[in-house]
Ligand binder design. Structure first.
Ligand code: SAM
Length: 350
């Protein structure tokens, strides 16, 4: 029942989709980590070709309730990651429903595909902003719900080759999709001091951005900054540790570079404009964000879009028991909007 293609929005109706026989579906649960918790980074990423994930999906109860998963429903998971949310939702839409899942990280899609064998899931390597084209490719006009769980997964964080972990001496890449854009080390190498400082301030909300940028520029004249560990070490020399030591001083700088290389806010804005047009009347758009820059965009778009009714006036937050079990969940905020039938899609360019 499971299939995957690398999705190319330029050729939405190509014939590359094929049913894939996938192997078993073990999920090794371990403490999850996100942007600011690399001090607690999980040891090893799941081995290539292994179905395992160390990512613990956040706000599971809330997601199931908000997505209104029921037999026959067609749902979209726009951020498949380790597949935790998809594996929760897919059995609930049987019989008759399905989950269409996408992720920009083709390696995550390939690995997770193994774990959704025997579930009604089609998975695609694609940007969530291209969900309209993915649905067109699948021959699905409108869906009952779309979930976006923003940011990065614990699997990506634990992959030492990609630079998401501040401990890693792998290359400082930070891209979800390494086939496009520029690695973060290149930005660190070529941006002017002012530009670097602005970027770290704007996307990391780091008030010591000027000091960090000055330090980076001085260091790169001495030696190229290529690894995550090199950068984290520099930043730690500029930013005092938080009082309870729970947050690494490099957190905000890494967040800023990651947002920049993946153009995360741009794609979120595009998705917020395009995705309501994919929903049936009554269909839900459910978005989990992890920092205020994302949450503000979601809040304002939900409020201002005449096609949507806001379901959650205030964002839902994880309960204490979840935070105790999964530290990464502590900064998650879930917002829900519902498609109404009062406004037409042609007020927006898709
Ligand atoms: C927090 S993880 C999702 C975890 C997933 N919900 C689970 O339960 O395992 C976020 C995922 O979103 C993906 N992602 C980030 N930006 C994306 C985009 N614009 N389009 C598609 N996927 C994206 C990342 O590659 C990452 O795998």
């Amino acid at each position: 029942m499971t299939s995957q293609v690398d999705f190319d929005p330029e050729s939405p109706r190509d014939e590359r989709s094929s049913d894939t026989a996938a192997s078993g579906s073990t999920v090794a649960a371990a403490e999850g980590n996100d942007d600011d918790t690399t001090d607690r980074a999980a040891g090893e990423p799941p081995a290539a070709g292994s179905p395992a994930t160390i990512h613990i999906p956040v706000m599971q109860r809330e997601v199931v309730a908000a997505m209104d998963a029921r037999p026959g429903a067609v749902l979209v998971d726009g951020t498949l990651g380790g597949g935790g949310h998809t594996r929760m939702l897919a059995p609930l839409v049987l019989p008759g429903g399905q989950v269409i899942a996408v992720d920009r990280d083709a390696s995550a899609v390939a690995r997770t595909l193994e774990t959704v064998r025997d579930l009604p899931v089609q998975a695609f390597a694609a940007n969530y902003a291209d969900i309209p084209e993915v649905l067109e490719h699948c021959g699905i006009p409108l869906v009952d719900g779309i979930l976006l769980d923003l940011g990065l997964s614990s699997d990506q964080l634990a992959d030492r080759e990609r630079g998401f972990s501040y401990q890693s001496d792998g290359e400082l890449d930070l891209r979800f999709d390494t086939s496009t854009g520029q690695p973060a080390w290149l930005l660190v190498q070529k941006l002017s001091e002012v530009h670097l400082a602005d970027l770290i301030y704007q996307y990391g909300e780091e008030r010591l951005s000027r000091r960090i940028a000055r330090r980076i520029v001085a260091e790169r004249q001495r030696v190229p900054i290529r690894s995550a560990l090199q950068l984290a070490t520099l930043v730690r020399q500029c930013v005092p540790r938080s009082k309870n030591h729970s947050i690494d001083p490099a957190t905000r700088t890494f967040q800023a570079l990651r947002i920049a290389v993946n153009e995360e806010l741009k794609w979120l804005e595009v998705a917020l404009r395009r995705l309501p047009a994919c929903l049936k009347p009554g269909g839900k758009l459910v978005i989990i964000s992890f920092h205020s820059l994302e949450d503000r965009l979601v809040k304002n778009a939900f409020r201002d879009d005449p096609r949507l009714d806001v379901v959650t006036r205030k964002p839902l937050r994880p309960l204490d028991d979840e935070i105790d079990e999964n530290f990464r969940a502590r900064s998650s905020r879930l917002r829900v909007a519902q498609r109404n039938d009062r406004a037409a899609d042609d007020i927006y360019v898709r």
